[in-house]
Design a binder for this molecule. Structure first.
Ligand code: MUC
Ligand code: MG
Length: 369
């Protein structure tokens, strides 16, 4: 089996409701579908969500990289030789989402070539994951209403709340409003996307200490190392590294040097291969893991379930799987189902998505077919 063709298909889908957070806003999905075709006719797919404000990748840049350096590295290679393929891709630095997508597409080929769900090839630990929903900036009353709606409609009882605004009182008032509006049987954790300074983050921790918040994700910029370490030492709840840890090396640096006490793993930026290394590292150290969401489509969320449900350590807590619900449409032939707050792991060969050709033709922006 040899990879014969690498396609990078840019597509755009509007959001039903824009998502606002401290480091940026998403009004429409400008993603890239990567499609790898082998000489025996298998097709591996994955979704690549570029996040310029987080990692610097853009839709046009992802397409260019896939069509040039990455095509050169992939065409003619056997997808089973993942180690060799990654060594070739890693000759280009950064570009985490592009590499993550290629890795997932390679796994999709491997699963299809042996007729097995990748979820089982990776580990097959459990058949579903609990869902955590991420709520973007809005007025507190609207955020409470949104969470209530997701709880009533989908049975979701875990919410990641976007914070990191100035003035701080906005975020603090919001935490109180959510706890009062949702009661104590709902889990709430915060993600500030580096919006505060370390000092401000400590003020928020102090002000919200009685609210039972469970995690504190990227409260400040992890590169401001002394402030971050002071914050980690003062925090009674785990400080989660997210955008500061796209690779195993980054994760090890932040944990070993006291920059964080928990890790977000996103298959959108570390695929399955690098994610598996990060997960094993976290498990060995007793560091909590949250399966995160890079504002993923249903293609991306399916990949997260495939991986997250494959291992005990990644399935302990609710995974961020539901932000595709903010999108007006998707490319998948069969929609994901959230019932009683859980999503089932795929049982079909490969990663578990089928692309609807009509939707792809409607939303692709390269004018090709
Ligand atoms: C998150 O957890 O930070 C926002 C930007 C990004 O890259 O991911 C999202 C969610
Ligand atoms: Mg985050």
């Amino acid at each position: 089996m040899k990879i014969q063709r690498v396609e990078a298909i840019p597509y755009t889908i509007p959001m039903k409701k824009p998502l606002h957070f401290a480091s940026g806003s998403v009004h429409q999905i400008d993603h890239v579908l990567v499609r790898l075709t082998t000489d025996d006719g298998l097709v591996g797919v994955a979704d690549i969500p570029p996040r310029p404000y987080t990692y610097g990748e853009t839709q046009a840049g992802v397409v260019a990289l896939l069509e040039t350096l990455f095509s050169d590295a992939l065409v003619g290679c056997d997808p089973l030789d993942r180690g060799r393929l990654h060594a070739a891709l890693d000759r280009t630095v950064g570009n985490h989402a592009t590499k993550g997508g290629v890795d997932i597409a390679i796994w999709d080929l491997i699963g299809k070539s042996v007729g097995q769900p990748v979820h089982r090839l990776l580990g097959g630990y459990t058949d579903s994951l609990r869902v955590a929903h991420m709520i973007g900036f809005a007025e507190p009353a609207a955020m409470v209403e949104e969470a209530q709606g997701f709880r009533d409609e989908y049975g979701i009882a875990v919410f990641k709340v976007k914070v990191g605004r100035r003035p701080l009182s906005l975020d603090i008032d919001l935490c109180f409003a959510l706890r009062e509006g949702l009661g104590t049987d709902v889990e709430l954790y915060l993600d500030a996307n580096r919006g505060w300074t370390a000092t401000e983050a400590v003020q928020v921790l102090d002000a919200t200490a009685g609210l039972g918040l469970t995690y504190f994700e990227e409260p400040d910029d992890a590169r401001e190392i002394l402030g971050r370490r002071r914050l980690v030492q003062l925090s009674r709840i785990p400080v989660v590294a997210d955008e500061s840890v796209p690779t195993l090396g980054d994760a090890a640096r932040e944990i070993q040097t006291g920059g964080a006490t928990a890790l977000s793993i996103k298959t959108a930026r570390s695929g399955f291969s690098e994610s598996q290394k990060i997960l094993a590292y976290a498990e060995a150290l007793g560091v909590d893991v949250i399966m995160g969401n890079q504002i993923d489509s249903q293609i991306g969320s399916t990949a997260t379930v495939t991986f997250g449900a494959a291992f005990a350590h990644s399935s302990r807590r609710a995974a961020e799987l539901s932000n595709y619900l903010d999108m007006a449409d998707d490319l998948v032939a069969e929609p994901l189902v959230i019932r009683d707050g859980v999503i089932a792991a795929p049982t079909v060969p490969g990663v578990g998505v089928d692309i609807d050709p009509e939707k792809l033709a409607r939303y692709r922006t390269d004018g090709r077919n």
